[in-house]
Design a protein around this ligand. Structure first.
Ligand code: ATP
Length: 500
């Protein structure tokens, strides 16, 4: 099996587990779903909350230089004029005349193949050239089988090229394979709605495509009310909406998603230093959640990739089964945003520096992360299959800090007073963390269910507990079992989570 197929298989297994165990469901599934929208089930919501809590704890609660905000999703539409989203927040989109497929032009690739039958163009959808080559493999194998050989002459990206009408015809549709792609068009990604009873041009509003603008719009409020002094940051977690042309890769590219964003304001001459600080800190943060550093990459953008106002930008990327893709972007945005809002609102957004006795527009570093993409990376990282006593086992190796359930408590059998003791332990733990109680079925099956949920430990009350007050604690990863005094269960869990 090729590596691409193996990885594809992993995504299928993972999405099946996520559905089976209640991590992620398709939104409005009973009505056939809706493309690009997802719901988090009972386990998924705990995982997601743990990610957000870890971020808030590490970036806000425990820092002296950060305050939080929670802004509205719909804002005055002038905000989006100032931010540039109304004019420029658009992707080139390409339609197929034949099958009505719709794609982002920068994700469409033409793979030109030479065989005895002549030159043929294969159309594939992929994030980059290596993946385009991988995606063309099955079709290439078919041609080679029929014609004796199949040589790739060229792999071309449709990005930019498709914007030139005469070149559109050189690309095959990734869906139906016909040479029927139309020239690309720009498409604004913001969801439009109307505020109030009258639907007119004057009542148009937009669902925010990022949380950041709420922070900029409140910069003056925060400075005037919170006694913050440069350098300082403002943090926000919240939903954002983008009418993505082609949502895909499970929750990776959704139309409704959650962001964790910081705007860190500093003196202009210190922005390069703070940019490096945030870039490195945010890269490292993911390893504390349990992502292996070998699967994480920090990619510094080249000069040609930078927005005209940005002095630096880097992506934290993760090796997903479908390719290396962005989890978070960290950008040195200079004074662009505050200056634009100053221009459009007519309000003074400068800061008076007591030390230097001068007034200026602060520069800003923006670490912008996705909650859903972080959850997806954690799910991919955690998924594992092994064999225990000749039996296949699927387990989710979550770090205890982000595991949805911290422990499960079982009585070995449903008699001899064991359920009562187990329930008392469960109640005690449950007052502190999400914990699961289960007394049904064979103990092996109960363990297996918790392995799939990613529960780090299972605590079992057995015959010996009734004599010496000890319980068995079974570790999800090592499968080792130790006996501890039942009064130590809470401390044991806290240690595991790194809380004490
Ligand atoms: P991409 O190039 O993948 O579309 P982007 O560079 O447009 O992402 P940003 O505008 O920098 O993304 O948004 C910051 C973060 O918000 C991203 O790193 C990602 O984690 C998250 N994010 C953005 N778009 C989506 C989406 N459609 N679905 C899920 N998360 C998203």
């Amino acid at each position: 099996m090729s590596e691409a197929n193996k990885q594809q298989g992993l995504m299928e297994k993972l999405t099946a587990l996520a559905k089976r165990r209640g991590f992620i469901f398709q939104s409005s599934e009973i009505y056939g779903g809706i493309n690009g929208f997802w719901d988090y089930g009972p386990l998924g919501v705990e995982l997601k909350r743990n990610v957000k809590n870890a971020w808030w704890h590490d970036m806000v609660t425990t820092r002296d230089d950060m305050v939080g905000l929670d802004c509205s999703i719909i804002m005055n539409p002038r905000v989006w004029e100032a931010s540039g989203h109304l004019g420029g927040f658009a992707d080139p989109m390409v339609d197929c005349k034949q099958c009505k497929g719709r794609f982002r032009a920068d994700k469409v690739w033409a793979v030109k193949v030479q065989s005895k039958a002549g030159v043929q163009v294969l159309g594939v959808e992929a994030d980059d050239e290596p993946h385009a080559r991988q995606a063309a493999e099955p079709a290439l194998a078919k041609i080679a089988k029929k014609q004796g050989s199949a040589d790739v002459l060229e792999v071309l990206s449709a990005d930019v090229t498709l914007l030139q009408p005469d070149l559109a015809a050189a690309f095959a549709c990734p869906s139906c394979g016909q040479m029927t792609l139309m020239p690309a068009r720009k498409f604004n990604l913001m969801f439009k709605t109307y505020v109030g009873a009258i639907e007119s041009e004057n009542s148009v509003a937009y669902l925010r495509p990022e949380t950041a603008q709420g922070i900029f719009a409140n910069f003056k409020n925060v400075v005037d009310t919170s006694r913050v002094k440069l350098p300082f940051g403002i943090a926000q977690i919240g939903k954002s909406f983008r009418n993505e042309i082609n949502p895909r890769n499970y929750t990776f590219r959704s139309r409704e998603f959650e962001q964790m964003e910081i705007e860190f304001f500093c003196r202009p001459n210190e922005s390069a230093k703070w940019y490096e600080y945030w870039r490195d800190l945010r890269h490292k943060w993911y390893t504390n959640l349990g992502l292996k550093s070998s699967n994480l990459h920090l990619r510094e953008h080249g000069k040609e990739e930078l927005a005209h106002y940005a002095a630096g930008c880097a992506d934290v990327e993760y090796e997903f089964p479908f390719g290396v893709s962005e989890l978070e972007g960290i950008a040195n945005r200079g004074d662009y945003d505050l200056t634009r809002h100053q221009e459009f609102s007519g309000k003074d957004l400068t800061y008076f520096d007591d030390e230097a006795k001068e007034r200026f527009v602060p520069h800003v570093i923006e670490p912008s992360a996705g909650v859903d993409r972080t959850c997806l990376a954690l799910l991919c990282e955690a998924y594992e299959e092994d064999e225990v006593e000749g039996e296949k086992r699927t387990l989710m190796r979550f770090h205890p800090r982000i595991a949805p359930l911290k422990a499960a408590v079982f009585p070995l059998v449903k008699k001899e007073g064991m359920p009562e003791v187990a329930k008392a332990i469960y109640r005690d733990l449950k007052a502190n963390f999400p914990v699961y109680y289960d007394e049904k079925g064979a103990i092996g099956r109960r363990y297996r269910r918790q392995d799939e949920a990613g529960t780090p430990v299972c605590i079992t009350v057995d015959g010996q507990t009734l004599q010496d007050q000890t319980v068995t604690v079974r570790d999800r990863d090592s499968l080792q079992q130790v006996r501890i005094d039942k009064s130590r269960c809470l401390a044991y869990l806290k240690e595991k989570m790194g809380l004490i």
